[in-house]
Design a protein. Structure first.
Ligand code: ADP
Length: 246
């Protein structure tokens, strides 16, 4: 059974078909990338997966169960998480504090965050373990978020999503805006996550994609042009023609 799958997923905007009959299957624990030229339909497809948009036709399945009609928050509850650019939201919190709050959110206890600090020890401990898994040092976990390098801030967004214990994580350009020296570290930290998390990465930087992905789906004009392991994708003549410039 696939961790996440689509069947004939289609989305029209007026008379324009942005996503055309896309059938995808992400294996459990996969490190899967979605690529394609600008306008290929990647963002639209991710929005259909997360529930931000409704399809014109087709189905979305999470762990074999249909979620096509579910709103975003219900999909998150079932284990489908995506990242948002939140570094502006918590500039004064530390990563440990912010992830600790996300752990409370998962536990449905946010109404009680006035509890004395000592009562939050378990959440803090879980937050620290999660951040350590993403290669934050102890000092970085306790520094104000705004003082951290941008690559760390983007990893914090991923940590916040992971605090919800997702089965599938959708990453839409997690290294966007991150300096080249740091972007590789962002993707390496994601690749090293436990296999209990299936990851779908949307990324422009081909170097990062080919380092990260075990399978790649190539979209062009809304449709799947090719799907396979990186080596096969790199030498696929159709992919080279539309995407890699021949
Ligand atoms: P990508 O992320 O691969 O660059 P998008 O999913 O953003 O591609 O867009 C795919 C196509 O759908 C583009 O031609 C875009 O102009 C069109 N599109 C996306 N969203 C809308 C919308 N809300 N209304 C009309 N057209 C849209």
């Amino acid at each position: 059974m696939s961790a996440l799958a689509t069947e004939g997923l289609t989305r029209d905007f007026g008379g324009f078909r942005a996503v055309a009959d896309v059938s995808l299957a992400l294996a459990e624990g996969a490190r899967h990338a979605l690529i394609g030229p600008n306008g290929a339909g990647k963002t639209t497809l991710v929005n259909l997966l997360s529930g931000a948009l409704r399809p014109s036709a087709g189905r979305v399945l999470l762990g074999g169960a249909e979620i096509t009609a579910l709103p975003q928050h219900a999909r998150v509850k079932r284990g489908l998480a995506r990242t948002f650019q939140v570094n502006q939201l918590f500039p004064d919190l530390t990563p440990e504090g912010a992830v600790g709050l996300a752990v409370l959110e998962r536990q449905g206890l946010t109404g009680r965050w006035w509890r004395p600090a000592a009562a939050h020890a378990a959440e803090r401990e879980e937050a620290r373990a999660l951040l350590a898994g993403l290669r934050f040092s102890a000092a970085e976990m306790r520094a104000p978020t705004r003082s951290l390098p941008y690559g760390r801030q983007r990893l914090l967004e991923i940590a916040l999503a992971l605090a919800l214990r997702p089965r599938v994580l959708l990453l839409d350009e997690p290294a966007a805006g991150v300096p080249p020296g740091e972007s590789r570290a962002v993707l390496e930290a994601v690749a090293a996550l436990p296999r209990s998390v299936t990851v779908l990465l949307i990324e422009h930087d081909m170097d990062l994609v080919f380092r990260f992905a075990e399978r790649i789906t190539v979209l062009a004009q809304g449709a799947v042009l090719a799907e396979g392991p990186p080596a096969a994708i790199a030498r696929d003549p159709a992919v080279r023609a539309v995407y890699l410039g021949g």
